[in-house]
Design a protein around this ligand. Structure first.
Ligand SMILES: Nc1ncnc2c1ncn2[C@@H]1O[C@H](COP(=O)(O)OP(=O)(O)OP(=O)(O)O)[C@@H](O)[C@H]1O
Length: 238
C-alpha cells in the first residue's frame, strides 16, 4: 500500500455565494501525530477540514495526497461535532462501516464488540444508539470511525459541550489511536485539549493560515501578535 502522506495543499480556495470562506491556503502535512487546527469562530476551521476530507467543494487550487484520491478517501474517516446515530443498536452502529465494506455480519459484529470494549461502551451494546447521552454518542461515533483502522482521522470539535470526564475519555481514545499510528487532524476551541493532543498547530485567521508550526513552538513562542493574543484568551477578530 502506498503512503497517504505527505498531504500537499496549494492555493486552495473555497467560496460560496461570492464570498471567500477559506484561502488561499498552502500547507504540507506529514501525517505524524496530531495536527490541531485553531482559530476564532468563523476563521474557517470546519471548512478547511471538510475541504481536506473531500466533502466540501474546492473552487481553486489543489489538494493532493501521495496516493490516488479515491484510495486516500477510503483511508480516512471524519468525526463530526454532532454525530448522527443510525436507528440501530450500539453494536450495529459500530459494525455498520465494516458491513459497507463487505465484511460478513458475524465478523463485523465480533469486531464491533471488540471496539466497544476499547471505547468503554460494552455494557450498552443492545441499547438503541439514539437514546445515548452526548458523551456516549461521541464515543460510538469515534468507534465507528476507527473500526476500519483509518490512517487519518478528522475531528471537528469532538468534545464540544461534553463535561470533563467525557472529554478525558474521548482524549484517551484519541491518544491510543494516535499511538497505534492513526494521524489526527482536529479542530477545537478547547485550548487545554489542544495542548494535550497537538504535535503541530495550524492557526487560522480570516480563512487563511496565519501561523503554523510545532505545538511546542506555537504554545511557547507564538510568532504573530494575533496568535499570542489568541493564546492569552484575548478577543481576536477574523
Ligand atoms: N455553505 C456556506 N455558505 C456560506 N457561508 C458559509 C458556508 N459554510 C461556512 N460559511 C461561512 O464561512 C466562514 C467559516 O466557517 P467555518 O464553519 O469553517 O468556521 P469555523 O472556524 O469552523 O467556525 P466555528 O469556530 O464557529 O465553528 C463563516 O463565516 C461561515 O459563516
Amino acid at each position: 500500500m502506498s503512503d497517504l502522506f505527505p498531504l500537499t495543499v496549494r492555493d486552495a480556495v473555497a467560496s460560496r455565494q461570492g464570498k471567500r470562506l477559506v484561502g488561499p491556503v498552502n500547507l504540507d502535512l506529514s501525517g505524524q501525530g496530531a495536527c490541531v487546527v485553531l482559530g476564532p469562530n468563523g476563521s474557517g476551521k470546519t471548512t478547511l477540514l471538510r475541504l481536506l476530507h473531500g466533502i466540501a467543494r474546492l473552487n481553486k487550487g489543489q489538494i493532493t495526497w501521495s496516493c490516488p484520491k479515491a484510495e486516500a478517501q477510503r483511508r480516512q474517516a471524519f468525526v463530526f461535532q454532532h454525530p448522527v446515530m443510525l436507528r440501530r443498536s450500539v453494536l450495529d452502529n459500530l459494525a455498520y462501516p465494516l458491513l459497507l465494506r463487505g465484511v460478513p455480519r458475524k465478523s463485523a459484529q465480533t469486531e464491533a464488540a471488540k471496539m466497544a470494549e476499547r471505547i468503554g461502551v460494552s455494557q450498552m451494546l443492545d441499547r438503541p444508539a439514539r437514546v445515548l447521552s452526548g458523551g456516549e454518542r461521541q464515543k460510538v461515533s469515534l468507534g465507528r470511525a476507527l473500526i476500519c483502522k483509518p490512517d487519518l482521522l478528522f475531528l471537528d470539535e469532538p468534545s464540544a459541550s461534553l463535561d470533563g470526564r467525557a472529554t478525558r475519555e474521548i482524549e484517551d481514545i484519541l491518544q491510543s489511536a494516535k499511538s497505534a499510528g492513526t494521524a489526527l487532524i482536529l479542530a477545537t476551541h478547547d485550548m487545554g485539549q489542544a495542548r494535550r493532543l497537538a504535535d503541530r498547530v495550524v492557526f487560522l485567521l480570516g480563512g487563511q493560515v496565519h501561523e503554523e508550526g510545532t505545538a511546542t513552538d506555537f504554545f511557547a513562542r507564538p510568532k504573530t501578535q494575533e496568535a499570542a493574543a489568541f493564546l492569552k484568551g484575548d478577543i481576536v477578530e477574523c
